[in-house]
Design a protein around this ligand. Structure first.
Ligand SMILES: Cc1cc2nc3c(=O)[nH]c(=O)nc-3n(C[C@H](O)[C@H](O)[C@H](O)COP(=O)(O)OP(=O)(O)OC[C@H]3O[C@@H](n4cnc5c(N)ncnc54)[C@H](O)[C@@H]3O)c2cc1C
Length: 184
């Protein structure tokens, strides 16, 4: 059983998965790479002068996998909260369970509705770490910012949620810092 299930494989979900996998949490991402990033040509992702959305997605998926994150190309059709965490059902009829659930499903979010996440005009309600009123359930990215969204914002949201989960597990605040000299 993974520690964390991430539903959605755009910049938000993949960023959360990268931080979690890199810090030794087991994480499974569900998504079929259908993000609208495939239409985007990015000139506004800080640190990258220009990149086509499909290449961004390919690199990001590879980064997650290199650190041991699993990506399953299947849609999640149901999600529920149970005693020890969350369970999701995929379109192929499989059931998967995890302690934490991150929903990063873009502008449409029926799974969050079914879990009782509050909504306002600009999307689902979450705090700045993506925490919802449901313990252990995070919503991030486009779903929470329907009117003003950029890829880098979703990626930042994913990082925030991951650091919050890592900190909760460790019982102390966690950063993910690496040093230049460690490369040498
Ligand atoms: C035409 C266009 C051009 C754009 N250009 C730029 C740009 O130049 N720069 C920029 O910063 N942003 C741009 N954007 C915005 C950018 O695409 C979004 O900011 C970004 O995709 C948001 O990322 P996200 O991870 O929050 O959501 P998404 O990218 O929408 O990812 C959500 C993913 O979850 C998947 N999913 C949904 N439900 C389920 C489910 N039940 N089970 C499994 N998977 C599910 C979806 O298929 C999708 O792959 C553009 C958008 C469009 C439409």
């Amino acid at each position: 059983m993974p520690d964390v299930i991430v539903v959605g494989d755009g910049p938000g979900g993949l960023s959360a998965a990268l931080f979690l996998a890199k810090n030794d949490m087991s994480v499974t991402v569900f998504g079929q790479d259908k993000t609208l990033m495939h239409k985007a040509m990015l000139y506004n992702y800080l640190g990258i002068p220009k990149i086509a959305g499909p290449l961004f997605q390919e690199i990001s998926r590879g980064q997650v996998r290199r650190f041991g994150g699993e990506i399953q190309a299947v849609e999640v059709s149901r999600a529920e909260k149970g005693a020890g965490g969350f369970a999701v059902e995929t379109a192929d009829g499989q059931r998967h369970e995890a302690e934490y659930l991150i929903l990063a499903t873009g502008p449409s979010n029926p799974l969050a509705d079914s879990l009782g996440v509050a909504k306002e005009a600009d999307g689902l309600v979450a705090d700045r770490y993506g925490r919802t009123s449901v313990a252990g359930l995070y919503v991030i990215g486009w779903s929470t910012r329907l009117k003003k969204i950029q890829a880098i914002i979703s990626a930042g949201d994913g990082a925030c949620a991951a650091l919050d989960i890592l900190s909760a597990k460790a019982g102390e605040d966690i950063h993910d810092f690496d040093l230049i000299e460690d490369e040498e």
